[in-house]
Design a protein around this ligand. Sequence first.
Ligand SMILES: [Zn+2]
Length: 107
Amino acid sequence: MYHYEMNEQVIKREKSAARELRKTRWWQTKIACHAKCNYCLKILTKDECTMDHVVPIVRGGRSTKGNIVIACKACNNEKKDRLVTDWMMERASHAAGLHEPRDQGEK
Ligand SMILES: [Zn+2]
């Protein structure tokens, strides 16, 4: 029986793998010029670029090129350990909530 266990060790390992990736030419080239936040599409300078795990480590995501995108600090902070889909859905429902006509016709 396979039981997936998310433990500190895995998180540590993936975080250090992410740090290693940050040093690679792949990442350096990625953020060198015209880097864009994957979420808000803002053009970022090298210093503004942060690494975001599309599937967060705590959700079983790995520090691989396929799972890492550029995000601005604001988006990275807002997304945190959520899946992109969850985050987007939450945003969308907030936005929809603002425009929803309120039904106050209780009689
Ligand atoms: Zn952003």
